[in-house]
Write a protein that binds this ligand. Structure first.
Ligand code: PMP
Length: 417
């Protein structure tokens, strides 16, 4: 098939077709958002004619939607290997999930985060209790920085280490297991920002040695508006409700308020049940086809990296090292070319959708791209085909050898002429 997947698997996985418009747009922006799978659409279609309020009604629609919602919770938990007693809390996205954990931190907790993290994982923690570790240039350096910081920390204070599952700029898979092992030696807990990891790798909380993982539906082939925080219950149950409101309350009386424990405590207000059902459908589909998906992406990623790497003047960025396992993200600059111009030319002349900028990871980009400098990011996924990869390589090669055919010129720092 056009996707390069065996026909039956492509059909079953339901590779999205929403981008196949007048031209076959080559979608290299999976790192930002993924199109919804057919299985996801079908799951939502199945409930949408009869959906009703969740945990707030006795009618048929309400009861069935509540059952679907809770089933979705269990499915999402299974997807990341939730352990008995772990909670699955539906949130709006990864940003919201990490913010919820920040809200639930014990008062005297110390947080440790590398500056290479996405801003969603770097910024929600209380600044006065957070140690920012510099952008590491290798796995060894990442480990050394963590060990040194934890050695200097108050041994009595509760501690949280914030780990990137896979980097949204370099695509590098972080050595979560190894770093979580170090954290455990100091009694520190670990949260994994799984936004870029879970669409591309099987994840198991115990295997990673992680206490929590946060991720977004819209990066794993479900629509916007729903994400999850999965992991240990104790800090979450001890915290004030994230959204003090209906649903979170057990009883409100003249004598005070009793809050629920469990996910309800932090899911105040009517939840996004269709979003939860959509994520669950994506979890089931990705888990079922994991090996095929991995093989598909691996082959495309290797070709893309090799092809772009051979073009003179193209610099592919890395932090931990070019040999790290990668989720299919290639971020690069082209010597003498403004990155926004590169991406606009690729779009307008070749129908290729990439992203340019600093990817909500400014401190990382300062280090691996250049001070205040932008780069071009190509991130592949299930909507990427081998033809797309060849088109991108050819597009960048043409740009380097003959420039743009369009009648405009971009002067860096000055705009268009
Ligand atoms: N972490 C990483 C690594 C990401 O790539 C992103 C999205 N770019 C986020 C967190 C935030 O995800 P969301 O915008 O869905 O909250």
């Amino acid at each position: 098939t056009a996707t390069g997947l065996p026909r039956t698997v492509a059909h079953e996985i339901g590779v999205p077709t929403v981008h196949r418009t007048v031209v076959d747009i080559a979608n290299f922006d999976h790192g930002a958002t993924t199109p919804a799978l057919v299985a996801v659409k079908e799951a939502v279609d199945k409930v949408s004619p009869t959906y009703g309020s969740v945990h707030r009604g006795a009618g048929f629609a309400s009861r069935i939607t509540t059952a679907w919602f809770e089933e979705a919770r269990a499915e999402v938990g299974r997807f990341v290997g939730a352990r008995p007693g772990d909670e699955v809390i539906f949130t709006r996205n990864t940003t919201d999930a990490l913010r919820l954990l920040a809200h639930a931190l014990p008062q005297d907790a110390q947080v440790f985060a590398w500056q290479s993290a996405h801003h969603a994982a770097l910024l929600p923690w209380p600044a006065e209790h957070t140690t920012a570790l510099r952008v590491p240039g290798s796995v060894q350096e990442a480990a050394d920085l963590l060990r040194t910081a934890l050695t200097a920390a108050d041994p009595q204070a509760p501690k949280l280490v914030v780990l990137t599952g896979a980097c949204n700029v370099t695509g590098e898979v972080w050595p979560v297991r190894e770093l979580a092992f170090i954290a455990a030696q100091f009694g520190a807990r670990v949260v994994v920002d799984g936004a870029q990891l879970v669409p591309h790798r099987a994840v198991d909380l115990d295997d990673l040695g992680a206490d929590w993982i946060a991720f977004s539906g819209h990066k794993m082939y479900a629509p916007y508006g729903a994400g999850a925080l999965v992991g240990r219950a104790d800090w979450l149950d001890a915290a004030e409700p994230y959204l003090p409101a209906g649903g979170a309350t057990h009883t409100v009386s003249g004598d005070g308020i009793q809050w629920h424990t469990g996910p309800a405590r932090h899911e105040g207000g009517t939840p996004n049940a269709l979003g939860a059902i959509a994520i669950a459908a994506a979890c089931v589909t990705l888990a079922r086809h994991r090996e095929t998906v991995d093989r598909h992406e691996e082959a495309l990623a290797t070709r893309l990296r090799d092809g772009l790497g051979q073009i003179p003047g193209v610099r592919i960025v890395a932090a931990l090292g070019a040999d790290r396992p990668n989720v299919g993200v290639v971020t690069f600059t082209v010597d003498g070319w403004d990155s926004s111009l590169v991406s606009q030319v690729l779009s307008d002349e070749d129908g290729i959708a990439v992203r340019d900028g600093r990817f909500c990871a400014h401190l990382l980009c300062d280090t691996v791209v250049g001070q205040s400098a932008a780069a071009v990011r190509a991130s592949l996924g299930l909507a990427t085909t081998p033809d797309h990869v060849e088109r991108l390589i050819a597009g960048v090669r043409r740009l380097v050898t003959s420039g743009s055919a369009l009648p405009y010129r971009h002067v860096p720092g000055q705009g268009w002429e």
